[in-house]
Each structure stands twice: as structure tokens, then as C-alpha cells.
Design a protein around this ligand. Structure first.
Ligand code: PHE
Length: 335
């Protein structure tokens, strides 16, 4: 083939090459071992010396030129490929990240924290007691003797009896209220006392919209020389005012608990809503002081047990206590 034509053809094909693979083919076609230039060199053998020299020189020149063009094109193509890759691999650090789902506090935890804070600001200390109780602390020491009909107020989950070393069978229970912590605390501390006890309680009864087999109570106990029911009313009104931050009404009804005398029940309502039973309360019964090894002649006090679930229901306008324990995310995500 004519060398001039060869060069023009090669130039065209090099220009057309879209990527390195194409360019490589062009390289092989012209500069490869069996390529066009090689063919020209092979044909030189048949020529006379003068012609061979001339043509050989020309062929070498064309070969060099094609090589140069290919190298240049190759550089261009590599640069182009690099740009494409960089564009594809580009990371926009300003784009919003993937959101990680994190948990949040349960509405009862929120309410409990708020309530504790209010009482702490009024000088109460937070005290805890065990969920698994003995019959003594949950009942007897609270002036609720065995076979007394009042025990039926607290339907109880009993645990399997344990046989102890002495072969005496003792039966533990899930505490039915937080009142046993009154005894536990008074056994170990001398008045004046001012404590609150948040805790989970359990009752073996049918559930409905305002009762569940588990719930949270907040026990309160204040003991000093001259404590009266008026002090109780003032403290509880102050607490409810701070908690609800809106005007609410409260109502004290006479009631009965074996561990307080007199006893009352406190109902609360917001606006024109329904009255909701919120807590039991009363003046600490002399027998309770005795069982705690305090002299009832020296001390007076009041105690109360607030239903934390009920507080949360009023706060968030929830109409079924069982939602708190349902684990239903549609419910929980609202808080
Ligand atoms: N422990 C009582 C209950 O669970 C509530 C209460 C506490 C009543 C303290 C009086 C004093 O129903």
C-alpha cells in the first residue's frame, strides 16, 4: 500500500477511536507484528537497494508518525476516562446522611422523671424497693393481717414457695403496691422523713381501660412531730398544680386503707372531664409505726400512693392504660 495513504488511513482511524480498546486495535492493525507497516518492511526485500533505502526511510518516518499520534490519542483517552470515573465516584459531603433510627423515652418514664423532679424540689428524697416482696412487708407490717378481708383489695401474684434450710416454706410475691417501702425505710431511718418511692406494681386481676396487671405507683411518706392532713392537702395540690400547669380540680373522699387512719381517696379532673381516681392517702396508722419500730406517741405522718399511669393518661389524654404496656410502636412513636 502507498505509505501516504497508509498514514492518512491510520490518522482517520486513530481519530475515530472512542476508547483505549479501539485504539489498541488500530495500533495492532498498523504497528503490530503482522501490521501494515510490517508488511511494508517485508516487501522491501524484493526491491533494489536504492529503492529499498528510500522506501525504508519513508516507512520508518510514517511508523514514527503513527506511533506519535497513537501516544497522543492514548493520553487523551486516558484523561477522558479518568474524568468520567472521578465524576462517577464523586462524593457530595454536603448531602444529608442516612438517618439512624434511635429510641426514645417511654411516656411513663417521661412522666416519672418529671414527677420526681417536682417532689425533689420540695425536699423529698427518692428511695427504691424490691419488686419481689415478702408477705410481711407487702401485707402484715402494713397492718393487713392474714385472713383479713382487706387483703382481697390486692389480688396477688404469688411466686412458687421456696423451701429454706430450716424447712420452713416461705412464699414471695410481686408487690401489689409501693407501700412496703414505707416499712423498709422506717426500719432503717429515724424521722423526720420525707421520701418518694417510684416503682412497678402487679395485681392479679382482670384488665380494663383503667386497670392493668402491671402499673407504676409513686409512694410518698412524710413523718415528723406535727404533720397533719392539711399539710398533705397543701403538698399534693402544689404538686398537681406544677405537674399539669393548667387549672385542675381535686376532690378528697373518705376511704379505707388498713395502714392509714383516717384514709382518703383523691380524684382529679381537668376542665369538664371525668373525675379520675388518682391516689390513695391517709395519716400513717399507729400500728405501721410499731411494725417499723418507731414509737407512734412520738411521730405523726401521712402517706400517699399515686398512680403514675393515671397521671400520664391525663397528661397525654390517653384513654386505655393497657397501651403503655402494648409495645405498639404506632402508640410509642407519638411521644
Ligand atoms: N397502697 C395503696 C394502694 O395501692 C395506696 C395508698 C398508699 C394508700 C399510701 C394510702 C397511703 O391502693
Amino acid at each position: 500500500m502507498d505509505l501516504k495513504k497508509l498514514k492518512i488511513e491510520a490518522e482517520k482511524e486513530i481519530k475515530k477511536a472512542k476508547n483505549l480498546k479501539n485504539l489498541n486495535k488500530v495500533f495492532k492493525k498498523y504497528l503490530g507484528k503482522k501490521g501494515e507497516i510490517a508488511k511494508v518492511f517485508n516487501s522491501l526485500k524484493k526491491l533494489s537497494e536504492a529503492k529499498r533505502k528510500k522506501l525504508g526511510k519513508e516507512a520508518n518516518l510514517v511508523k514514527a508518525e503513527i506511533e506519535k499520534m497513537i501516544r497522543k490519542k492514548s493520553k487523551e483517552l486516558r484523561e477522558k476516562a479518568r474524568k468520567v470515573r472521578l465524576k462517577k465516584e464523586r462524593i457530595d459531603v454536603t448531602r444529608p446522611g442516612k438517618k439512624v433510627e434511635i429510641g426514645h423515652l417511654h411516656p411513663l418514664t417521661l412522666v416519672q422523671r418529671e414527677v420526681l423532679e417536682i417532689f425533689q424540689s420540695m425536699g423529698f428524697s427518692v428511695v427504691l424497693g424490691p419488686d419481689i416482696e415478702t408477705e410481711w412487708y407487702n401485707f402484715d407490717a402494713l397492718n393487713i393481717p392474714k385472713d383479713h378481708p382487706a387483703r382481697d383489695f390486692w389480688d396477688t401474684f404469688w411466686l412458687k414457695p421456696e423451701t429454706q434450710k430450716s424447712k420452713v416454706k416461705t412464699q414471695k410475691l410481686l408487690r401489689t403496691h409501693t407501700s412496703p417501702v414505707q416499712i423498709r425505710y422506717m426500719e432503717k431511718h429515724n424521722p423526720p422523713l420525707r421520701i418518694i418511692v417510684p416503682g412497678r406494681c402487679f395485681r392479679h386481676e382482670a384488665t380494663d381501660i383503667s386497670h392493668d396487671i402491671q402499673f407504676y405507683q409513686l409512694e410518698g411518706l412524710v413523718v415528723d412531730k406535727n404533720i397533719s392532713a392539711a399539710n398533705f392537702r397543701a403538698i399534693i395540690e402544689e404538686f398537681l398544680k406544677r405537674f399539669f400547669k393548667i387549672k385542675i380540680e381535686i376532690r378528697l373522699r373518705p376511704s379505707f386503707f388498713p395502714f392509714t387512719e383516717p384514709s382518703f381517696e383523691i380524684d382529679v379532673r381537668r376542665g369538664k372531664g371525668k373525675w379520675v381516681e388518682m391516689m390513695g392517702a391517709g395519716m400513717v396508722h399507729p400500728n405501721v409505726f410499731k411494725f417499723s419500730r418507731l414509737n407512734p406517741k412520738n411521730w405523726q405522718g401521712f402517706a400517699f400512693g399515686i398512680g403514675l399511669d393515671r397521671l400520664a393518661m391525663l397528661r397525654y389524654k390517653i384513654n386505655d392504660i393497657r397501651l403503655f404496656y402494648s409495645g405498639d410502636l404506632r402508640f410509642l412513636k407519638q411521644f
